[in-house]
Design a protein around this ligand. Structure first.
Ligand code: UDP
Ligand code: MG
Length: 304
């Protein structure tokens, strides 16, 4: 029988882990006679009891595999580790907080039988997330779409089902700043969505504070697009034209000199910094690539 690994990144999820595991274990029944299901929980340096809860479950059931990181390496690194360790015919990725309904993995599997290598969960409604999170996510996916040359689906996280071929292609991509929801479509395999309403967290709080959200958004933009550099180029042309106009006006009329000087210093200074910042984003990424540090460090693993 073919096999499926369900990969679950876990960071301080003690409040909902038991409930999540139960829902995930129930899937075995659903897949009976079709796929042999195993679970790869990647504990991303949790400081709560998540590791103990996972260890208990792994002791009882050999299909529960656990990878413990030495520290918190982030959501994208945790998924990467799960995919690195997965040896099954299919791999699915799902969050640990039940915002993604586990039962949908079965629908994804059925959809894949129609000839798709990637089936991703596309969010219709996002229940009880803050207005800021909804608006920023909505805006971000659309800005990204306008900036990238490859087709990254909007309103889609990492909740997805992929074949071994996709996983093997993905595993060859070892870039340090990872935006998995862009890297998977980059592989070019045939893909399709299944739609779902994103529910609220089963318990606990988001592990994605604004700083982590921004890092992910920057990784999406700067790893997939050179448009920000084009922007600097266009900006320099516009500013040059504007400076000629101002010069012309200045010569014809009497501007307040102090105002003009202040305005010009602020404008040029801030735009210079913006341009430097954009270049810095790319240079920092080159630096990280050349240092070539591992994407994550595994402290130990269970049943693997
Ligand atoms: N997560 C992780 N490492 C982190 C942050 C989050 O492994 O540094 C996991 C987390 O346990 C969850 C998933 O990534 O399974 C998504 O996180 P969360 O639900 O907090 O994000 P949100 O849904 O609020 O964007
Ligand atoms: Mg969540």
């Amino acid at each position: 029988m073919k096999t499926l690994d369900i990969i679950v990144p876990v960071y301080n999820e003690e409040a909902c882990l038991n409930q999540t595991m139960q829902r995930l274990f129930d899937l075995k029944e659903k897949f009976k006679g079709k796929l042999n299901v195993s679970y790869i929980f990647v504990n991303d340096g949790s400081k709560d009891n998540s590791a103990q809860i996972l260890e208990e479950a792994a002791k009882k059931d050999k299909s529960v595999k656990v990878i413990n990181f030495s520290r918190n390496f982030g959501h994208q690194a945790a998924i990467t580790a799960g995919l690195d360790y997965s040896k099954a015919d299919y791999s699915a990725i799902i969050d640990a907080d039940l915002q993604d309904p586990p039962e949908l993995i079965y629908d994804m599997y059925e959809k894949s039988l129609e000839g798709y290598d990637i089936v991703y969960g596309k969010r219709l409604k996002r229940k009880s997330e803050t207005a800021f999170k909804k608006l920023s996510a909505w805006g971000f996916y659309r800005v990204l779409k306008s900036m990238c040359n490859i087709e990254i689906p909007t309103d889609t996280g990492d909740f997805r089902f992929i074949t071994k071929d996709v996983r093997e292609a993905f595993n060859k991509m070892r870039e340090k700043h990872r935006f998995i929801r862009g890297m998977v479509p980059w592989t070019g395999f045939r893909s399709t969505p299944v739609y779902f309403n994103r529910s609220e967290r089963a318990a606990g709080e988001t592990k994605y504070p604004l700083s982590k959200m921004l890092k992910l958004a920057f990784d999406g933009i700067f790893s997939f697009s050179f448009k920000p550099v084009d922007f600097i180029f266009i900006l320099s042309a516009v500013l040059f034209a504007a400076s000629l106009v101002i010069l012309g006006f200045g010569a014809a009329q009497e501007f307040e000199e102090e105002f003009l000087i202040c305005f010009t210093i602020c404008l040029i200074g801030s735009l210079n910094l913006l341009a430097l910042g954009i270049l810095g984003q790319y240079i920092g990424r080159i630096y990280d690539e050349t240092r070539n540090r591992p994407l994550y460090i595994v402290k130990n693993s269970i049943n693997l």
